[in-house]
Ligand binder design. Structure first.
Ligand code: PEP
Ligand code: MG
Length: 582
């Protein structure tokens, strides 16, 4: 057996070694046949029954969702249910069966091709990828029509249950509904042919915490069922039929990786303090209230970024004040007085309320998003501000404003905040009169003018994801320019340094809450630059803490000054890497 490797996009780190389990692709099995006229109505009935079965199955999965299942899963199942209920999937195929006198599988596949074609016309990457949801739902219906089990080959899995930890799922694509079964079965990894970095598969992979790779193109064709494979999530590489020496090497790497993960647990309650006694606050980023459990398990000392827009997604109506109030209060109470930084609505660009929303403007990332949208829709903003203020009575809530670019936006926001406060006072509803107000520095204009913002705010938080996107003119969701997206670009570092300096000058705290904060290879640089607060995905807290514990800040400060004096990424990268060579 020849050994070879396939390369894709690693979306979740770690190493898995196991046998390939190929997930069947029902769509490939659909054939076309003509029906005699008298059987057409029966065929339509067979189609309706299949839709009802899939609806029932999805609802059942939703109900069975474990409490600790990633919140995204439930939202994704909801999306699939919505798609199934759409007339274009549940009704139009009936008309096709009637008109063409064809089998139900063929009719729904024809309709799916039509819908997918429409999705392909969409320019926005994120929205275009939603066509995968349509395909996944149709695949479920076809499986039922073909009489396949809805489970992922459960019989096969059951017979190999004791081995499942060693099984690696190889699929063309994986639906969120199927991913739930992974959670229950504890597979070693999963790899797929399709899926960009913003696909549901990628988002789920991260929350399931198993190594995985997407965009492998032809993995399902090249790998045979049962073949031994190695998945290196960090490198985005799959090795098929590894020879003995490669296998030994990877077994060793895998053991080391697992040992490191276990060892990290030992520092869960240790304070994040550098070797020379400087404390660094490590906070967590969350998307939904259910994430608080992961925050508590991570040892984070608070929440540095609660992205409230997720409460507004996958639904037709905006959440009202009381729904928002309950969500914010739940998080504040659960955090028991620890800081909870709640960011106001950051809808727009790749974060739309509904996955099927077609974005009309040419450059949504430069459009009416975040605070711009809120100021244009003062009633929506007022509702959120009132909910936040009411919740502030129950914990240590701070408000964070996204995407500020001018002082006028900030002043207008403050006026609206005052108006929300006044309305609550009038109704005798308690809230924290001195609630802290912070601003995100994620547009170069705000970083350059950071001092002015620091004067009028209580704290600053650097959103490096957008700051890099806007500084380097690189769409953060576009795969084609991903190789140019570099946090170590000297201009990015200069903007971060300017923001830190402004905070220091005016005695206001500055944190980083973009992905940079969770990257261990950047920890020493960030704290060396003077940052004392980092907010990241809960799963990164311990590895970042370990870097803090091994840092000598007095030394790092000197080295970082040399980095900031450089103008060439190629010189910056090796110098930053050197911080880790002790
Ligand atoms: C950022 O831009 O860095 C950030 C934290 O906000 P988001 O990723 O939600 O845009
Ligand atoms: Mg941002």
């Amino acid at each position: 057996m020849t050994s070879f490797s396939i390369h894709g996009v690693g979306v979740s780190s770690g190493i898995a070694i196991g046998h390939a389990h190929l997930v069947s692709n029902a769509l490939l099995e659909v054939v076309h046949y003509q029906l005699p006229k008298h059987l057409v109505e029966d065929e339509i009935q067979r189609f309706s029954d299949a839709i009802a079965t899939v609806k029932h199955d999805l609802e059942q999965i939703n109900q069975d969702l474990r409490k600790n299942a990633p919140a995204e899963l439930s939202a994704f199942i909801g999306t699939h249910l919505m798609m199934l209920a759409d007339k274009s999937l549940s009704e139009t195929p009936k008309a096709i069966i009637r008109k063409e006198q064809c089998n139900a599988e063929w009719a729904i596949k024809l309709q799916m091709d039509e819908i997918v074609e429409q999705f392909e016309q969409i320019e926005d990457d994120y929205l275009r990828e939603r066509k995968q949801d349509v395909i996944q739902v149709v695949e479920r219906v076809i499986k039922v029509l073909l009489g396949h089990s809805q489970q992922l080959s459960t019989e096969q899995l059951a017979s190999a249950i004791h081995q499942e930890r060693k099984q690696i799922l190889v699929a063309h694509d994986i639906s969120p509904a199927d991913a739930i079964q992974f959670k229950q079965h504890e597979f070693a990894a999963f790899i797929t042919d399709v899926g960009g970095v913003t696909s549901h598969t990628a988002i789920l992979a991260r929350s399931l915490n198993i190594p995985s790779i997407v965009a492998l193109q032809k993995a399902r064709d090249l790998i045979n069922d049962g073949e031994l494979i190695i998945v290196d999530g960090l490198q985005g590489m799959v090795i098929v039929n590894p020879d003995k020496s490669i296998l030994t090497e990877y077994k060793l790497r895998q053991e080391q990786w697992e040992l490191e993960q276990q060892k990290l647990q030992r520092i869960k309650t240790t304070k994040a303090v550098s070797l020379d006694g400087i404390a660094i606050e490590l906070l967590a980023n969350i998307e939904v209230p259910e994430d608080v459990a992961a925050v508590k398990a991570s040892g984070a000392t608070g929440i540095g970024l609660y992205r409230t827009e997720f409460l507004f997604m996958n639904r037709r109506e905006m959440p009202d004040e009381s729904e928002q109030y309950v969500a914010y209060k739940t998080v504040a109470e659960a955090m028991n007085g620890a800081p909870v930084v709640i960011r106001t609505l950051d809808l727009g660009a790749d974060k739309q309320m509904n996955p099927d929303t077609v974005v009309e403007c040419a450059n949504p990332a430069l459009g009416l998003r975040a605070i711009r949208y809120c100021l244009a829709e003062p009633q929506i903003f007022h509702t959120q501000l009132r909910a936040l203020l009411r919740a502030s009575h129950f914990g240590n809530i701070k408000i964070l404003i996204p995407m500020l670019s001018t002082l006028a936006e900030l002043r207008q926001t403050k006026l609206l905040l005052e108006r929300a406060k006044a309305s609550l006072r009038k109704e005798n509803i308690p809230f924290n009169e001195h609630i802290a107000l912070g601003g995100m520095i994620e547009i170069p204009a705000a970083a350059i003018n950071a001092e002015a913002f620091a004067k009028e705010l209580d704290f600053l938080s650097i959103g490096t994801n957008d700051l890099i996107q806007y500084t380097l003119a690189i769409d953060r969701t576009d795969d084609a320019v991903a190789h140019l997206y570099n946090p170590l670009h000297p201009s990015v570092l200069k903007l971060i340094a300017m923001t830190i300096k402004a905070g220091e000058k005016l005695g206001k705290s500055v944190s980083v809450c973009g992905e940079m904060a969770g990257e261990t290879k950047l920890t020493k640089l960030l704290i060396g630059m003077g940052l004392r607060q980092l907010s990241m995905h809960p799963s990164h807290i311990l590895s970042v803490k370990q870097q803090v514990l091994h840092s000598q800040l007095s030394e790092l400060n000197k080295d970082v000054r040399k980095v900031l004096a450089l103008t060439d990424i190629e010189k910056i990268e090796p110098l930053v890497a050197k911080f880790y060579q002790t």
